[in-house]
Design a binder for this molecule. Structure first.
Ligand SMILES: Cc1ncc(C[n+]2csc(CCOP(=O)(O)OP(=O)(O)O)c2C)c(N)n1
Ligand SMILES: [Mg+2]
Length: 321
């Protein structure tokens, strides 16, 4: 099915927003402005956006430790996220969570997660709620190739199949878990593994928004129709190190430069929509300029925002119902 002009513009805008957000954090992190660990998802925009553009606000996602892109694609506020990552009191979680704990339940963003493989069990809960209340909602778990070998992921997949939950398992396979190449950690076939639990599984080019989106449309339809979970393996690459400060000595020389030149998701998208006369280059240039301004302002606002006070340490300790 053809995406509308509005959907295409929104998809490009969201990918640009994530790319600029991450590139700016790369600079700010090197300058020492950001406390704590930062994991960037630049290069992986097409999977976050291609998946989230099919979701309603009330659908839930669980992200990973590399979760900025997922949060932005799900509709989380840019400035509030920037403030959170800078550890400021007005941040999305009061400046107490930082990059790896961004969450906004109003947007269906259940959280980034410092626990690798922590997301899939969480979304089973959200999906069970949707199924029980018959809302027609779905829930998405983003997780990495490293996480895919965690017991939590296996259990979540099995449970989702047995209970026929409307879960979409989105594996972002970027070829590495920290410094370990996937071939050192896994010898099987991800699709066969997912199919073994009893759900349909598909592998897509994670740099191609259209391929990701098509797979997601089918998966969402299954979920909303009560036909249970689905698995999508997005083959992708992260452009920066595992974390900011990583020397990436484990990469071959020129490995990422080649990916950027040959299959960058923004480049592929622009080529596809201009060749097919779906969008004008100028429309995308305008978006680029608009997003550059938004990111600049978000950083200015984050730097001007106060840090949490000592008294804030004693709040958010217990949940109040
Ligand atoms: C339960 C758990 N084990 C180990 C770690 C340390 N750790 C953090 S990120 C990471 C690699 C994750 O790789 P992958 O799932 O492929 O995600 P990617 O970083 O490639 O996006 C590991 C082992 C952790 N945070 N949690
Ligand atoms: Mg990985």
């Amino acid at each position: 099915m053809q995406l509308s002009r509005e959907e295409l513009l929104k998809a490009y805008r969201d990918m640009r927003l994530i790319r600029d957000f991450e590139e700016r954090l790369h600079v700010e992190s090197a300058a020492g402005s950001i406390p704590g660990f930062v994991h960037l998802s630049a290069g992986e925009e097409a999977s976050a956006v291609g998946v989230c553009m099919e979701l309603r606000k009330t659908d839930c996602i669980a992200a990973t430790h590399r979760g900025h892109g997922h949060a932005l694609a799900k509709g989380c506020d840019v400035t509030s996220m920037m403030k959170e990552i800078f550890g400021r009191r007005d941040g999305m979680c009061g400046g107490k969570g930082g990059s790896m704990h961004i969450a906004d339940l109003d947007q269906g963003m259940m959280g980034a997660n410092g626990i690798v493989g922590g997301g899939p069990p969480l979304v089973c809960g959200a999906a069970l709620t949707a199924k029980t209340l018959k809302t027609g909602g779905v829930a998405v778990a983003f997780f990495g190739d490293g996480a895919s070998n965690q017991g939590t992921v296996a259990e979540a997949m099995n449970l989702a199949c047995v209970w026929e939950l409307p879960v979409i398992f989105c594996l972002e396979d970027n070829g590495y878990g920290e410094a370990t190449a996937t071939s050192f950690a896994f010898r099987g076939d991800q699709l066969k593994r997912a199919e073994g639990y009893g759900m349909p599984a598909v592998r897509v080019n994670g740099h191609d928004l259209f391929e990701v989106n098509e797979a997601m449309r089918e998966a969402v339809e299954r979920g909303r129709n009560g036909d249970g979970p689905s698995f999508i393996q997005c083959m992708t690459h992260r452009y920066y190190g595992h974390f900011e400060g990583d020397s990436t000595a484990y990469r071959a020389e020129g490995e990422i430069a080649k990916v950027i030149e040959e299959m960058d998701c923004m480049m592929l998208f622009r080529k596809r929509v201009t060749e097919a006369s779906l969008l004008e280059p100028e429309q995308m240039d305008e978006i680029d300029a608009e997003i550059a301004g938004i990111i600049e302002q978000a950083v200015v606002d984050a730097k001007a925002s106060p840090p949490p006070s000592a008294a804030d340490l004693l709040t958010d300790v217990y949940v109040s119902y």
